[in-house]
Design a protein around this ligand. Structure first.
Ligand SMILES: *Cc1c(COP(=O)(O)O)cnc(C)c1O
Length: 249
């Protein structure tokens, strides 16, 4: 008997069928536009653990969360083979809680400074945790309210990549790719998303410079199709799967 929080039968069906619809679109576009299958991360922030179990029962393992305390709580009551993606803004002061509190943390997707990498590396080491995949967030739209490395000056981004690739300094963080959110106006634009294009161009530059093959995490409910057409390797979809979210209190 499982003691995990379970959904009602109705909710189980509702979420599974919403997921299947998105997943089918992702697979079809992925077959057409990508050399590897594009990963679908189910963004479960502000949704109950029983909703996550609905998809877990359905075979899904990659989930995205935005708030450190919420993720810690969920990770402690849910199965340990879930692959958690922390996709929210991470304050330096929370790196310790995150690396200690979530043993099955798979990826941190919104890293925007070298300082945070150093902090995560040292805290994860102290916690004797497993390695974590890192996506560096890029502020592709240049909007003040968006976080991420600037595209104007790439020095700190290069320093971060070099830190992550240096086995003498960094053993528990693995550079997996780049992530962007992009501007709202680009997400609804009809003719190619300029933010996604900038992220792809930057990937190509870093791949050449450091001999990497970085993944791209871009695309959410309203723009994941365009993101896959423009080279995304991992899409983060929340409301189209779980329904509208309550506002964070
Ligand atoms: C909430 C969130 C998502 C999911 O957004 P939806 O529009 O609900 O699909 C994706 N990425 C990030 C960074 C988020 O914060």
């Amino acid at each position: 008997m499982s003691t995990f929080p379970q959904p009602t039968e109705v909710r189980q069906k509702e979420i599974s069928s919403a997921y299947d619809k998105i997943s089918e679109q992702v697979s079809n576009l992925s077959a057409e536009h990508s050399s590897k299958p594009v990963r679908l991360v189910a963004v479960s922030k502000l949704k109950p653990s029983s909703d996550i179990m609905a998809l877990y029962n359905h075979g899904v393992r990659h989930f995205g969360e935005n708030y450190v305390q919420e993720l810690i709580g969920k990770s402690q009551e849910l199965p340990k083979d879930i692959k958690w993606h922390f996709i929210g803004g991470l304050q330096t002061g929370k790196c310790k809680d995150l690396s200690k509190g979530v043993e099955n943390l798979y990826a941190v997707e919104a890293i925007d400074s070298l300082k945070k990498c150093k902090k995560l590396e040292s805290c994860r080491k102290n916690a004797e945790g497993n390695s974590i995949n890192i996506y560096l967030q890029i502020n592709t739209s240049g909007e003040d309210q968006k976080s991420g490395y600037s595209l104007e000056v790439l020095d700190e981004l290069y320093e971060t990549v070099e830190f992550l690739l240096d086995p003498k300094q960094c053993t528990l963080l693995n550079i997996q790719g780049l992530m962007t959110i992009g501007s709202f106006s680009e997400s609804i634009s009809e003719e190619g998303n300029a933010d996604f294009k900038r992220l792809l161009t930057l990937k190509q530059k870093l791949d050449d410079k450091y001999r990497l093959d970085l993944e791209l995490s871009m695309g959410m409910s309203n723009d994941f199709k365009e993101a896959i057409k423009q080279g995304s390797s991992s899409v983060r979809v929340g409301s189209s799967i779980f329904g509208a979210r309550p506002t964070k209190s």
